[in-house]
Design a protein around this ligand. Structure first.
Ligand code: SAM
Length: 272
């Protein structure tokens, strides 16, 4: 996409977008110079970020597969990001070929790319909505038209709650989601965690994210994430760095090192 095409679609190529920075970390091509500059600044602070986001996507695949094997055949992926490899519908369809997936994102570039890619796919929808208005998001006609909340559903909130700084808003998001879930439903979450890095390093990591349209990156740790899962059973192995969550192939678990003093992306699956 050229800058000119972007502007005509309501996309601002000069303000870094967290969706496009993430695409850059993953080695994708849907990003502009401003995104790459901000992402490169973050890579300077946290050189392991590229590996972490790859592990985040691998976690997402394992979690979706597990949930689909539990019989869930409808997925609501909030803050879905730009289409990449192993999108939720591709993983889910290997287990449940008729699974329905609604992708929701606030960023217009996600909508334009997602719609172009999934136009002819009868099992997927792409919706533009803001998770900070969870009641509106859940009542969106395209969400309600596809997802039957009287049956189990899996809601994904991966690598995106850290873009909401206000604790009260995060509480409201989880409360609104929980209220819609019937037993057998799942919530799949990943979240940035700063570990015990110094205040200077935290500040340096914040700087590139302050340039983006979401305005910052908020760290939350296992205790806070557990609080947000109140009323849900957190599946084994609990809240751990994404690479350590049921690693594939089985057996690798013995070698997994969990060091919560280091920055990482934490992952969990909660079941209602
Ligand atoms: N969920 C994907 C994953 O884990 O691979 C993509 C994560 S990407 C880092 C975060 C996504 O959250 C971006 O696409 C961004 O546009 C979206 N996002 C940020 N704030 C949002 C909001 N308030 N409502 C909906 N989506 C939002």
């Amino acid at each position: 996409m050229t800058n000119h095409e972007a502007v005509s679609e309501g996309i601002d190529p000069s303000t870094p977008s967290v969706a496009r920075m993430y695409d850059y970390y993953l080695g994708g091509k849907d990003n502009f110079a401003a995104d790459r500059d901000a992402a490169d600044q973050f890579i300077q602070v946290l050189p392991g970020i590229r590996e972490m986001v790859r592990e985040n996507r691998a976690f997402l695949s394992r979690a979706v597969e597990l949930v689909a094997r539990e019989g869930v055949d409808q997925f609501l992926d909030i803050g879905s990001g730009l289409p990449t490899r192993e999108n939720v519908h591709e993983v889910a369809h290997r287990v449940a070929p008729e699974a329905r997936v609604v992708y929701v994102d606030i960023d217009p570039i996600v909508l334009s790319h997602g719609r172009a890619l999934l136009e002819d796919n009868p099992y997927t929808s792409v919706v533009q909505a803001d998770m900070r208005e969870p009641e509106l998001l859940l009542a969106h006609p395209e969400v309600e038209g596809v997802i039957d909340f009287t049956r189990p559903v899996a809601v994904l909130l991966t690598a995106m709650l850290h873009f909401v700084p206000e604790e009260a808003v995060v509480d409201r998001i989880l409360t609104a989601i929980r209220e819609r879930l019937v037993p057998g439903s799942h919530v799949i979450v990943t979240h940035a965690f700063a570990g015990e890095v110094s205040a200077e390093v935290r500040e340096a990591g914040q700087r590139p994210y302050r340039l983006t349209s979401v305005g910052g990156l908020t760290s939350r740790g296992p205790e806070r994430l557990a609080e947000l899962m109140e009323g849900l059973e957190i599946l084994e192995p609990g809240i751990v760095p994404v690479h350590a969550w049921r690693p594939d192939p089985p057996g690798d678990g013995e070698d997994v090192v969990i060091d919560l003093t280091e920055p990482d992306i934490l992952g969990l699956v909660g079941r209602r």
